[in-house]
Design a protein around this ligand. Structure first.
Ligand code: PRP
Ligand code: URA
Length: 216
C-alpha cells in the first residue's frame, strides 16, 4: 500500500467556533489573536495524541503502587513557528508543550512571485533523529512556505513521519505538494478551503493572518 499525506480536520465544536470567529471580517485584531491562540491549543491537543513520546512506569499512590504513563523527557520535542503568523498558534501550542524547544523560522511571501523568502532561521544545525517536530503556520496556500520549511527541517535530520503540521486553513495546492514530497506527514487543520484567488489568498480563508494577528 502506498503511503499518503494524512490531513485531519478534527470535528470539535471549539475548533469550529474559533474558526468562525477568525473568518469573520468584523472580528477585531485582539479577538482574532485569541481565536488563533485557541485554535493552536486545540489543534495541538489533537496532534499530540499519537505524537508525544511516552514511557510506561509505576507510581506509588497514597494507597498502592500502580502503572503509570508519563511524557518521556529523554525524547526531544520541538515547535517550529513560521513567522510571523505561526507565532499566533505557538502561544496555544506552548501551553500544552511547555518543555518543547522553540525554533523560529521567518518566511515571507514575495507579493508578486508568491515565492517565500527566508529572513530568519534559528533552526539548529542538526536535530536528534528522534525529535518530535510540530510546525505552526495558520495558512497553507500555494504551499511555497511550508515546503521551504520542510526542506530546511529534513536537511537537518528531521523525520517527516515524526513531524506534525498545525494550521488553520489548508488549500489543495499546498496539500498536493506536501503529499507528493512527504507522504508520511500528518497535517491538523481547522478546515480545508477549496480555492486560491489570483493574489494567492485562500477563499474564503480568513484574509492575511499575519496582518490580522498583529494589527498591521
Ligand atoms: C503567510 C502564511 C504562510 C504563507 C502561506 O505568511 O502565514 O506562511 O503566507 O502562503 P503559501 O502557502 O502560498 O506560501 P506571509 O508570507 O504573509 O507572512 P506573515 O506571516 O509575516 O504575514
Ligand atoms: N497567507 C495569508 O495570510 N492568507 C492567505 O489566504 C494566504 C496566504
Amino acid at each position: 500500500m502506498t503511503q499518503q499525506l494524512l490531513v485531519y480536520v478534527p470535528p470539535h465544536p471549539l475548533i469550529k467556533h474559533w474558526l468562525a470567529v477568525a473568518r469573520d471580517v468584523a472580528t477585531p485584531s485582539v479577538l482574532f489573536r485569541s481565536a488563533i491562540t485557541e485554535l493552536g491549543r486545540w489543534l495541538t491537543y489533537e496532534a499530540a495524541r499519537d505524537w508525544l513520546p511516552t514511557l510506561e512506569t509505576k507510581v506509588q499512590s497514597p494507597l498502592d503502587i500502580c502503572p503509570a504513563t508519563l511524557i518521556n523527557p529523554e525524547i526531544p520535542v520541538a515547535v517550529v513557528p513560521i513567522l510571523r503568523a505561526g507565532l499566533g498558534l505557538l502561544e496555544g501550542a506552548q501551553t500544552l508543550l511547555p518543555l518543547a524547544s522553540i525554533y523560529h523560522l521567518g518566511l515571507v511571501r514575495n507579493e508578486e512571485t508568491l515565492e517565500p523568502v527566508c529572513y530568519l532561521n534559528k533552526l539548529p544545525e542538526k536535530f536528534d533523529p528522534q525529535t518530535r517536530v510540530l510546525i505552526t503556520d495558520p495558512m497553507l496556500a500555494t504551499g511555497g512556505s511550508i515546503m521551504a520549511a520542510m526542506a530546511e527541517l529534513v536537511k537537518r535530520g528531521v523525520d517527516p513521519a515524526l513531524t506534525r503540521i498545525v494550521c488553520v486553513v489548508a488549500a489543495p495546492p499546498a496539500l498536493q505538494k506536501l503529499n507528493a514530497a512527504y507522504p508520511g506527514l500528518i497535517v491538523y487543520t481547522a478546515t480545508i478551503d477549496a480555492t486560491l484567488n489570483s493574489n494567492g489568498y485562500i477563499v474564503p480563508g480568513l484574509g492575511d493572518a499575519g496582518d490580522r494577528i498583529f494589527g498591521t
